[in-house]
Each structure stands twice: as C-alpha cells, then as structure tokens.
Design a protein around this ligand. Structure first.
Ligand code: NAP
Length: 292
C-alpha cells in the first residue's frame, strides 16, 4: 500500500487523515501546531517534524491548509515538501486555493518528476467526518487514477474535471452557488419573519419544491436555531470569494450577483463575526430590518 503523508490537520484535515488511516494506509502527519498532530499520533499515525520530512517518508503527499500562500510555504518553502521529494511521487492538494497557484505548483513539481493534482472538496466538516466529501480534481488522468483509491477513503462524488487548476476552478464555481444560496435563504427567512409568517413552516414548505437545496435544508435549519458555530468559518469563505474575484479579474468576467457577496461578508467581518459560520448573514438582515 502507498505510504501517505498528510499536512494540515484542521477542521477538515483531521477527519480526512483519520479516514485514510482507518482504510489501512500507513500514515505520517505534520501540523504546524503540535496538539492536532498528537491526536492522530494517539490513533496510530507517525509524526513528522516538517513538510520536508513528510516527503522523505511518503509515496503520496496530501495537503489541506488554509490559503494559497500557505500551500506555497508548505510545498515550496525552505523546509517544504519539494526539498524532500523523489521522482515518481504524487502530490494532492485538497485546500481551496487560487487556480493560478495550483498551476504554478504543478509546474514546479513536474520539474522534479512529481505528479500533482488539485483536489479541493465540498461537503463541510460533516462530509469530512463521514467520508462523503465531493472532490473536484484537476491534473493528469494517470495521476487521477493513482489517487482515486485514496480519495475514495475521504469522499463519494469524485470527479476528474480537467487539467491542472480545473479542480480549483470548479471549487470557485461551487462557492459562487453556495454564497448566493446562503444569501437567498437568509433573505427568504427574513421576509417570512417580517411578514409574521413562521419561517420554520416556510422552510418546510420550500423543501418540497424547486427552491429545495442542501443549503436550505441544513443551513436554513441552523439559521432558525441561531446556531452559527462553524462549519465553515466566514474568514475562510471570504478567502474563497477573494479567489473567485481574482479569477474573474483574470478573465475580465462580470458576474453581478457574485460581485456583491464581498460587501455582505465584510459587513459581518466588521461586526467581529469572522470565526462564525457565514450563515450568520441572517443576523445582518435581522438587524437591518429591525427584527433583532
Ligand atoms: P482550519 O481548521 O483553519 O485548518 C487549517 C489548517 O491549515 C491547520 O491545520 C493549520 O495549522 C494549517 N495551516 C494554515 N496555514 C499554514 C501554514 N502557513 N503552514 C502550515 N500549516 C498551515 O481550516 P479547515 O476548515 O480545515 O480548511 C482547510 C482547507 O479546506 C481550506 O482551504 C478551506 O477553504 C477548505 N475547506 C474547508 C471546508 C469547511 O467546511 N471547513 C469545506 C471545504 C473546503 P495550525 O493548526 O497550526 O493553525
């Protein structure tokens, strides 16, 4: 079995790495801060002292860290993966980062004989825990086939979308749909409340028709419950929308709904809600409309 090295044991990476180990793969892990590593160490994983050490002890290296500069640091930095790789290895980045950065890293690793895939995920912390993530993959077909059994320990809907960067473009598309759907659900529940109609009943009725969505189902219920614990932190979602905007600028693409999302997110950030879930957007509408 391939030896797996996993870097980035946060809300997503911790359960993803755990699922790889449960499937029987030998696992070595690195996390910037120690406590997250020790949880997996106690469950049987080997601990490494740096990304370079991960590369030296693995066949397949996986990262799930925060943003583009973080992936650059972990892969290309002074103690990065690239310092320990050998030809024939495979690198899979499961973070959400800019497509342009994924393509740069792909090129840098190809020069060392290492295949690279961008494989961002959707499905949240629950999908990560249950091994049911949706995984969108960019890179060579042969690398995808090699990665597939490993990805199947973490996800269910695994699609090879296209060349390097295509997975991240797909994730950007995903974030547009999620951000605008969260906004639509928050606005609909606000209208219901302001009209004196029970928003829980409105959600229940909408779930049976064309307005049905996972966002309405799961996040709509969490909005009704006032449960804004992440899930997916607003700070990270704002980062994803920056990636979307950067990509739109590169293509000179005007997407009107998407272009207003950052202002709503910034209004919540200004209220100090960066560590809450983006679904706390409903509280902004409630305060603006006198419902709070
Ligand atoms: P998180 O809980 O904040 O974890 C981030 C992880 O990255 C931590 O292990 C952190 O290490 C590590 N990290 C960050 N910067 C680093 C650096 N410069 N060097 C080394 N390690 C670094 O975030 P998360 O929710 O797991 O998200 C991880 C990725 O998955 C992000 O790209 C996010 O957009 C994406 N994602 C998240 C969700 C979700 O629902 N949470 C869903 C889909 C995709 P420390 O522990 O030392 O801080």
């Amino acid at each position: 079995m391939e030896r797996i090295g996993f870097i980035g044991l946060g809300i997503m990476g911790q359960p993803m790495a755990h699922n790889i180990m449960q499937a029987g793969y030998p696992l070595v892990v690195y996390n910037r801060s120690r406590p997250a590593m020790e949880i997996l160490g106690a469950a049987g994983a080997t601990l490494a002292e740096s990304p370079k050490a991960i590369a030296e002890q693995s066949d397949v290296m996986i990262t799930c860290v925060s943003d583009s500069p973080d992936v650059e640091a972990v892969v290309l930095g002074s103690n990065g993966l690239i310092k320990g790789v050998q030809s024939g290895m495979l690198y899979i980045d499961m973070s959400t980062i800019a497509p342009a950065t994924s393509r740069q890293i792909y090129t840098a690793l190809q020069a060392k004989g290492v295949d690279a895939l961008d494989a961002p995920v959707s499905g949240g912390d629950i999908g990560a825990q249950q091994g049911t993530l949706s995984i969108m993959v960019g890179g060579e077909a042969a690398a995808f086939q090699r990665a597939l059994p490993i990805l199947q320990t973490m996800g269910k809907n695994i699609v090879h979308v296209g060349d390097a960067g295509a997975g991240q473009v797909t994730k950007a598309c995903n974030q547009i749909v999620v951000a605008l759907t969260v906004q639509a659900v928050a606005e609909a529940l606000t209208l219901a409340k302001k009209s004196g109609v029970d928003p829980a009943k409105v959600r229940e009725a909408l779930l049976g028709g064309f307005a049905q969505s996972r966002v309405l189902d799961v996040h709509g219920q969490r909005m009704l419950d006032g449960n804004f614990q992440p899930g997916f932190k607003l700070n990270l979602f704002r980062k994803d929308i920056n990636i979307v905007l950067q990509t739109l600028r590169e293509l000179q693409l005007p997407l009107f709904g998407t272009s207003q999302v950052p202002a709503l997110m910034d209004a919540l950030l200004a209220q100090g809600k960066g560590d809450l879930d983006y679904i706390s957007l409903v509280t902004l509408y409630e305060s603006l409309t006198g419902l709070e």
